[in-house]
Design a protein around this ligand. Structure first.
Ligand code: GLN
Length: 204
């Protein structure tokens, strides 16, 4: 555990986008979070959320803050990461139409802005594998879709037309929608459980 306590510390990448909403959601789950903008902060977390925003901008800022390579290395070494929307785009190994390299750690191919422009944003109720109870009310804002998922990737949710909008590969979670905006904490709980599990595995 990065802070030596019994609870995981979750970082929220705070370069651009809706990182504050994730902090509020984590606080509602009673999980401490810190904003990550430096290498020292990255090294202090047990898991990281990459928020929604603009993936091109976040990619540029990761490079400008010299976080891109260290983050990629830490993810490859087992750091659990959840990317929502722009964050999911950045996790993908293959992305259409991104003018910088993504972090590129998850075996998914992502199409940016797959539903059109901001005005084509929408909401849908989704069954998400691993999330018990009623469907998750999912908010899509100029969202991507996951076009292909590799063999090691579990598809967690699809739209009615079959397009993939949530996936997991080991400790990596990608959602095309924004669970931090709805007050439903179940996906945050799922990520906290992934982080707690990773800590237990490393300690064993
Ligand atoms: N359209 C944005 C992008 O391509 C993602 C939108 C979002 O994160 N809500 O980066």
């Amino acid at each position: 555990m990065a802070n030596g306590s019994t609870r995981p510390v979750i970082g929220v990448l705070a370069l651009q986008g809706d990182f504050r909403e994730h902090e509020v959601a984590l606080a509602a789950c009673d999980v401490p979070s810190i904003e990550v903008r430096t290498l020292a902060q990255l090294d202090a977390v047990d898991g990281l959320i990459i928020p929604g925003g603009e993936s091109t901008t976040i990619a540029r800022l990761l490079l400008a803050f010299e976080l891109m390579d260290p983050l990629r290395e830490r993810i490859r070494a087992g750091l659990p990461v959840w990317g929502t929307c722009a964050g999911a785009i950045l996790l993908a190994k293959e992305v259409s139409d991104l003018d910088r390299s993504p972090i590129g750690v998850m075996d998914i191919r992502v199409e940016r802005n797959a539903f059109g422009r901001q005005i084509d944003s929408f909401e849908a109720d989704l069954k998400v594998a691993g999330v018990d109870g009623p469907p998750v009310h999912a908010v899509f804002i100029r969202a991507p879709v996951i076009r292909d998922a590799g063999p090691g990737v579990d598809v967690l949710a699809t739209l009615a037309d079959g397009r993939i909008v949530a996936a997991r590969q080991g400790r990596l979670l990608a959602t095309a929608f924004h669970p931090e905006l709805t007050g439903d904490r179940r996906l945050h709980e799922l990520f906290v459980a992934i982080v707690a599990d990773a800590i237990r595995t490393e300690a064993a």
